[in-house]
Design a protein around this ligand. Structure first.
Ligand SMILES: C[S@@+](CC[C@H](N)C(=O)[O-])C[C@H]1O[C@@H](n2cnc3c(N)ncnc32)[C@H](O)[C@@H]1O
Length: 282
């Protein structure tokens, strides 16, 4: 496959590719990306309306394997000192029962993929009805086993939590962001983002949602992307988001003078990312 080389001498700083990242990642130049900042769809949650979408696998095990395969491709595109900043969400197994909690129960968002499958999670990992799947750590361990160096787990504390109608557990208001390195000598600029006191940045980030979501149901806050990009890259570097969504990573990367490559499966989100960018190559 011909590799896509970014002409960094030109003004183009945001490149949005429409398609399946598993197919498009091999077209990126090997060892050309400094840092990847991304949030794949969470398993069994939203329907992004495409047969190749990640998150709609019949089992969470397959989801983990698909992410391992995709991030193996990402690793090839990273420079030796490159990093991956990965935000992954969790979910609950819904394995049956009847009535309010049964297979046809409406659990929050009625568009949940897990409900389309009649709430059935296949029998993997000994999951029982209502088990928290622990997916972020399952993905992290699988990536570690595949060769990534797991360097940090950052807890994103959401200032505004998504309302949940649960009465038998606390409302979820945190998510994980993992920092992975390609090699032990990776680039990390500890001076780029500090605590208010000037101390080294802590691994919990309290962030509120951005006003407006550009029509995307799962955009992450710009400040989340900004921190990862500033810590993980220099001015003029290339930042990648293979699950680009509404383009938050790319927009922020450009704001802090980095080039960005986004891949997004869904045409309308890819268009949205392009519209948000200054100077774009389709
Ligand atoms: C959680 S959202 C990312 C949101 C993004 N961080 C933002 O701030 O807008 C995940 C995105 O991955 C896209 N996606 C799902 N499967 C994909 C695939 N195989 N290749 C590329 N994009 C995919 C979905 O359409 C969705 O927009």
């Amino acid at each position: 496959m011909t590799q896509l080389a970014l002409n960094l001498g030109q003004q183009t700083k945001l490149t949005v590719l429409t398609g399946d990242c598993a197919q498009l990642l091999p077209s990126l130049e090997t060892e050309s990306i400094q840092c990847c900042v991304t949030s794949p769809p969470y398993w069994g949650l939203r329907d992004y309306d495409h047969p190749n979408q990640i998150g709609a696998e019949p089992s969470p095990e397959q989801y983990v394997q698909n992410l391992v395969d995709i991030f193996r491709l990402v690793r090839k595109t990273l420079r030796p000192e490159g990093t991956l900043w990965l935000n992954v969400g969790d979910g609950y197994a819904r394995n049956g029962g009847t009535g309010k909690c049964g297979p046809n129960a409406v659990v929050g968002n009625t568009k949940k993929l897990i409900q389309k499958r009649n709430c059935k999670v296949p029998e993997v990992w000994g999951l029982k009805d209502r088990d928290l799947m622990g997916l972020p750590w399952r993905v992290a361990f699988a990536l570690q086993a595949d060769g990534w160096i797991l360097r940090s787990k950052i807890t994103w504390i959401k200032k505004t939590a998504m309302p949940e109608s649960v009465k038998n557990r606390p409302t979820n208001a945190t998510e994980e962001i993992f920092l992975f390195a390609k090699s032990p000598n990776y680039y990390y600029n500890a001076q780029a983002v500090r605590q208010d006191t000037g101390a080294n940045l802590r691994n919990y980030w309290m962030l509120g949602p951005d006003p407006g979501n550009h029509g995307h149901p799962a955009a992450f806050p710009r400040e989340l992307a900004r921190r990862c990009i500033l810590l993980g890259s220099r001015v003029g570097d290339v930042v990648l988001d293979p699950f680009g969504g509404s383009g938050t990573t790319g927009i922020v990367a450009n704001e802090v003078n980095r080039h960005a490559i986004l891949i997004e499966l869904n045409n309308s989100y890819a268009d949205c990312a392009r519209d948000r960018g200054d100077d774009v190559t389709a």
